[in-house]
Design a protein around this ligand. Structure first.
Ligand SMILES: CN1c2c(nc(N)[nH]c2=O)NC[C@@H]1CNc1ccc(C(=O)N[C@@H](CCC(=O)N[C@@H](CCC(=O)N[C@@H](CCC(=O)O)C(=O)O)C(=O)O)C(=O)O)cc1
Ligand SMILES: N[C@@H](CCS)C(=O)O
Ligand SMILES: [Zn+2]
Length: 741
């Protein structure tokens, strides 16, 4: 049955296209500007180019089914037939995109973070009555497509345990039901998938199980044993690689070792080779080339690790630590980077070449340990954490701010960004290409600020924003204005669906040479007597959404950024800005996957935020904003940030969020407008949400705001939605006054 595993592989590859070809094809298809055939042709070309390139780079084991029109978890739900009835449509692609993006009158499935990355997956819904049925069309088609090019591939599918652990219970499921309860039924579909792939002549299949690198209960480990015991004992199946990544397998390693799977993938960058002896007799797919950073691999260190694993476990394959989905395509295109920096960098192409080189080196190294090299250890670092001298107590601040700002009850505000129009993005691209000058671009930004302020005054908002028109991205913009960062021209990484970011590269000591946002905030404030909220990205988020130097502990780097943010807060205050928001949407994202490490992280992350904001006077109102994450899990840390006002995503998961944060002791703005959907909420709906919020949040602490920034929406949607939000707040205020009288 088993052919031996090729000597080198990658667990997955980017799929948006080196020039974001898939993004453009998807958006054009969604907007009705192109046909399904056009989209399929772009997708086929992206896959073909990827396989050909990987083969040309010398990679032996090529992955397939790593392409996706939207998300690999959603693809797995389709593969298993787990499509909720409300999304079903005659056309399979219409069904698929309805789950991802919603359809007329139907909200999409929830979207959340993929482990501790900035990639977002679609959360499947599994209930006691979900009928699983195999739809193997996609993995089979990719195998055949590659074969037509003369290339054999290894289909990659999210494994059953991770799939079910990442799923949510379908609405109406009985209390106590968990999707993992359906393991046996799901595994039967995986069994049928393996049989179909075997019939197709597929030699190896990769089942991804990153959920196994987090703490797992005994019952969950038993599920791993049951699933891979059952799949391993199948008679007619391809050989199985169970791939773990983003950390150490820990207790799950001996469990997997006891199952009949042929290969186990280990992340040897974030994890260790601890316990690898247990895998003797299996193939270890050794992830020594990082899929999470952009640094060149230390060849000696990687080879030492490979030799140590070979000595202790036997068969070793050189691989990436995880899919390369999280890094850009090709550093060679970044001709604008300082050559000294570029030499230190490796994007997906360079990482694949490193894998192939290491495999050749390993094959040519007969010995065991490399003389002079032991398995690498972390270097000790001095720690430098600043203790923020706390601000005045909240009650004192609240009184000072009430006096200073004179805001109405239930103040209405937004999270910062207004729609980023095509015109603005095109102008920025033209500025970068030297087609227009700085002055022309800046006058466009100023005109946009004027319009955004005028719009908010017309609609009757209480705390205004300048709209962030000058920012390409809430992290990249700051990176472009701080020393210690480099930014790329083509380094796009998929964030969700067709949306991408270009994570900056934090390579040196971070320093703010001059104020960054002050002139825009000052200009906006000059146009209105209402308070304009200064808008900054917090230190944890700037670091979380960048590729970060690996020669300093993360907390050191975060504190360097916090210094810069603190200086900016001071300058905004000095310029007369009375409300300052410091966003930390990535606070949850960096929480370590293992519980034992979480408290220490949260402690320094909170301390960094407080350092960034605690220089502000008691009259200055500090806001923070969080989104894209389950705030309930880090509530104590959010509380400890000590911001005067916290806005939080909640329009879609109301009950859960309010249940958790309702008793928050300072200002709270649970989002009342789901900005991820093109839908415009009605005033009645917002009024209902506010009324509901008032059951747990006292009126004097309740704020009214959308879930997140408005940059992905159109002005048409935003104007209509904000008008309804203002109207709803006015109605509720009126009701509150009536009740008092
Ligand atoms: C809040 N979110 C963010 C995350 N990470 C970030 N780094 N930033 C975030 O805001 N993580 C969690 C969430 C994820 N959400 C999003 C939401 C939206 C996007 C998004 O819209 N991305 C844009 C790219 C944005 C950008 O940087 N644009 C540049 C480049 C403009 C451009 O592409 N120009 C074109 C020509 C113009 C044209 O024809 O339109 C070109 O150069 O070819 C800019 O504005 O200057 C996206 O389009 O994907 C991402 C994450
Ligand atoms: N101020 C940012 C936060 C997004 S999380 C925005 O409004 O887009
Ligand atoms: Zn947000």
């Amino acid at each position: 049955m088993t052919s031996s595993f090729p000597a080198s592989t990658a667990l997955g590859y980017p799929r948006i296209g080196p020039d974001r070809e898939l993004k453009r094809a998807l958006e054009s298809y969604w907007e009705g500007r192109s046909s399904r055939a056009g989209l399929e042709e772009t997708a086929r070309r992206v896959r073909e180019d990827t396989w050909r390139r990987l083969a040309a780079l010398g990679l032996e084991g090529l992955p397939s089914n790593t392409f996706s029109y939207y998300d690999q978890v959603l693809d797995t739900a389709v593969l298993l037939g787990a499509v909720p009835a409300r999304y079903r449509h005659d056309d399979d692609l219409t069904t698929y995109f309805a789950m991802a993006r919603g359809a007329e009158g139907i909200a999409p499935l929830r979207m959340t973070k993929w482990f501790d990355t900035n990639y977002h997956y679609i959360v499947p819904e599994i209930g006691p009555d979900t009928v699983f049925s195999l739809d193997a069309a996609k993995p089979l088609a990719e195998v055949r497509e590659a074969r037509a090019l003369g290339l054999e591939t290894r289909p990659v599918v999210v494994g059953p345990v991770t799939f079910l652990l990442l799923s949510q219970a379908a609405p109406g499921s009985p209390d106590g039901f968990a999707p993992l309860d359906r393991l046996d039924d799901a595994v039967e579909v995986y069994a049928r998938l393996l049989a179909e792939l075997a019939a197709e002549g597929v030699g190896w299949v990769q089942l991804d199980e990153p959920a196994l690198v987090a703490d797992r209960t005994a019952a969950e480990l038993a599920a791993v044993e049951a699933a891979y015991g059952r799949l391993g004992r199948l008679e007619n199946r391809p050989a199985l690689l169970v791939a773990s990544y983003f950390g150490d397998l820990g207790d799950a390693l001996p469990v997997l070792a006891g199952t009949p799977v042929e290969a186990v993938g280990l992340d040897l960058v974030r994890g260790t080779a601890h316990g690898v002896e247990a895998l003797a007799g299996k193939t270890v797919v050794a992830g020594v080339v990082s899929g999470r950073d952009v640094w060149r691999t230390d060849r000696d260190r990687a080879l030492a690790m490979l030799l140590a694993v070979r000595e202790r476990a036997g068969r070793v394959v050189v691989s990436t630590s995880c899919s390369l989905l999280h890094v850009p395509y090709d550093v060679e295109r970044e001709t604008g980077l300082d050559p000294a920096l570029r030499e230190r960098l490796a994007f997906a192409e360079q990482k694949v070449a490193e894998v192939a080189d290491l495999a050749a080196l390993l094959a040519a190294t007969p010995g065991r340990h490399l003389p002079g090299h032991s398995a690498p250890e972390d270097r000790p670092h001095p720690s430098r954490v600043r203790a923020a001298e706390g601000r005045a107590p909240y009650a004192v601040r609240a009184a000072a701010q009430a006096e200073h700002l004179k805001l109405p009850l239930l103040p209405v505000t937004t999270i910062g960004s207004f729609p980023q129009t095509g015109e603005l993005r095109r102008a920025r691209a033209a500025l970068a290409a030297g087609e227009i000058g700085e002055a022309a671009y800046e006058s466009m930004v100023r005109a946009e600020i004027e319009q955004v302020i005028a719009l908010q005054e017309r609609l009757g908002l209480d705390v205004l924003v300048h709209g962030e028109p000058e920012r390409n991205d809430m992290v990249q913009y700051f990176a472009e204005h701080l020393d210690g960062f480099a930014v790329t021209r083509h380094g796009w990484v998929q964030s969700y669906g067709s949306r991408c970011t270009r994570p900056p590269i934090l390579h040196g000591d971070v320093r703010r040479a001059e104020p960054i946002t002050v002139r825009w905030a000052e200009y906006a404030q000059s146009l209105t007597s209402k308070p304009v909220k200064g808008m900054l990205t917090g230190p944890v988020t700037i670091v979380a959404w960048s590729f970060v130097r690996d020669d300093l502990p993360l907390r050191e780097v975060v504190f360097q950024v916090a210094d810069a943010v603190r200086e900016e807060v001071g300058d905004l205050e000095e310029a007369g800005i009375r409300v300052i928001q410091v966003d930390e949407p990535a606070l949850r994202e960096l929480v370590p996957l293992r519980r034992a490490e979480q408290a220490a992280y949260l402690e320094w992350a909170v301390e960094a935020y407080r350092w960034a904001t605690s220089g502000a006077s008691e009259h200055t109102q500090i806001h923070t904003h969080l989104c894209y994450s389950d705030a309930d899990e880090i509530l104590a840390a959010i509380d400890a940030l000590d911001a005067d006002v916290t806005s939080i995503e909640s329009a879609r998961s109301r009950g859960r969020v309010l249940g958790a944060v309702g008793a928050f002791p300072r200002g709270l703005g649970p989002g009342v407008y789901d900005i991820h959907s093109p839908r415009v909420p009605g005033a009645d709906e917002v009024e209902h949400l506010l009324t509901e919020a008032l059951r747990t949040v006292p009126a004097e602490r309740l704020w009214v705001n959308p879930d997140c920034g408005l940059k992905t929406r159109s002005y048409e949607q935003v104007e209509a939605a904000l008008a309804n939000v203002v109207e709803a707040a006015a109605r509720v205020r009126e009701r509150l006054f009536r009740d008092v009288r």
